[in-house]
Design a protein around this ligand. Structure first.
Ligand SMILES: Cc1cc2nc3c(=O)[nH]c(=O)nc-3n(C[C@H](O)[C@H](O)[C@H](O)COP(=O)(O)O)c2cc1C
Length: 386
């Protein structure tokens, strides 16, 4: 059963709601998960008493895989803190070496660095001060963070776009192409520690659309990999407020479907269900409406590279936001598990030059309708209690 039928049935949910005495208007009005979105409203506010807390209140808005928010902060003072990774928040099926989790921590550190400039501080970041983890992350610190006040520091202009940067999974407008100039501005935002490139037309754009579509379809059709995502889906306001992380399926429409049992975790995981088929259709829509791609490569693949890729991804995403462009990472082909092997080889053949060079991030670009921010845990819940 395809989307048309699904929508037809979904349309009848209005009748069901009416029959059960629930006004549609009032139902819709109550569906925004206000508490889960609060960190977007309070970032940088005066309730954060010191420069470190203020900078951290922005850093928790960083993009990160499956919105796991794996950061744990040990506050040492108003200007000093240590970042570790919450090992309960990894993605073992699709990110077996926590490469992407580490990239997300890089995004966090870059956002902290940008936010520090707001109060005239330079963030001095020392990565892996007790040694770099190998194949698996461990409890050792990811970074020591020290904020140093410097009179000549001015606010980084990228900071102004933080509250407007959201991963946008909508279909992108295929009537609006992206200029080479805009692409140039975006890749230029990356740091010199990485290789950033992109494409906005021609056969390579088409090839990447197909490749990202195929990889994402294969991930959804891999029961173990897809179950990892399904387990992290938060359906409706109550679930989102209880666990403001993971993949959020909110809004009045989706909640209504959930209410009539058309959008449950079981339905989503069942390849014969209409919800599953709609999910597959959405994959096509996302990949095939990409109007450009950017990618961030590193010459090797150690933990420093992964952090640097994350730091650059955050800057690139903010620059895209500043130009009014939507962006969505399409990471499946970069992932290191068996189902992805041929896509992984293909994407590396297409986008790298030397042996050992790694594509760390691949994201689509385009113009699209805006999306809502995604939920976040409050900063206070991410601070280590001693
Ligand atoms: C390393 C990394 C990989 C990601 N991969 C994907 C992806 O494949 N598909 C996707 O839709 N979002 C992807 N994301 C985006 C996250 O899901 C998103 O950042 C998170 O849900 C928080 O939402 P926000 O970016 O709107 O704040 C990725 C983010 C990072 C940092």
């Amino acid at each position: 059963m395809k989307r048309r039928n699904f929508l037809k049935i979904a349309g009848s949910t209005g009748v069901i709601l009416a029959a059960s005495g629930v006004g549609i208007g009032s139902f819709m009005a109550t569906r925004t998960p206000h508490a889960a979105l609060k960190p977007w409203r309070t970032a940088g506010g005066s309730q954060y008493a010191d420069p470190m807390r203020r900078a951290l209140s922005f850093a928790i808005l960083a993009p990160n895989p499956h919105n796991r928010q794996p950061w744990v902060v040990d506050l040492k003072s108003g200007t000093e803190a240590v970042l570790t990774c919450d090992l309960q928040r990894l993605l073992p099926a699709t990110d077996p070496f926590s490469r992407q989790i580490t990239i997300g921590l890089g995004c966090f550190l870059e956002l902290l660095t940008l936010a520090a400039t707001h109060s005239g501080h330079r963030a001095q970041i020392t990565l892996f001060p007790e040694g770099e983890p190998g194949e698996h992350l461990d409890t050792r610190p990811v970074a020591h963070m020290q904020l140093i006040e410097e009179s000549q520091i001015t606010e980084d202009p990228l900071l102004a776009h933080v509250l407007y940067r959201h991963t946008n999974r909508n279909a992108y407008d295929t009537s609006r192409s992206i200029t080479e100039d805009a692409l140039h501005e975006i890749v230029r935002a990356a740091s010199i520690d990485v290789l950033a490139e992109g494409v906005v037309h021609g056969p390579q754009l088409q090839a990447l659309r197909t490749l990202t579509r195929d990889a994402l379809r294969d991930e959804i059709l891999d029961p173990k990999a897809f179950q990892e995502s399904v387990d992290l889906m938060r359906i409706g306001r109550t679930e989102i407020e209880a666990n403001p992380d993971g993949i959020y399926l909110g809004g009045a429409f989706l909640e209504t479907l959930n209410l009539v049992s058309m959008l449950t975790r079981e339905e989503l995981a069942d390849p014969d269900s209409s919800a599953f088929q709609v999910g597959l259709d959405m994959v096509d829509e996302q990949a095939l409406t990409a109007m450009g791609f950017v990618w961030i490569n590193t010459l090797s693949n150690d933990r420093f590279d992964q952090i640097m890729a994350g730091r650059s991804y955050l800057r690139v995403a903010l620059r895209a936001t500043s130009l009014g462009l939507a962006m969505q990472p399409m990471s499946q082909a970069l992932q290191e598990y068996a189902t992805m092997q041929s896509h992984f080889e293909q994407v590396h053949m297409m986008l790298t030059e030397g042996a050992g060079e790694r594509v760390q991030m691949l994201a689509r670009l385009g113009y699209a309708e805006e999306v809502r921010p995604s939920p976040r845990w409050a900063l206070s819940t991410r601070i280590k209690r001693s």
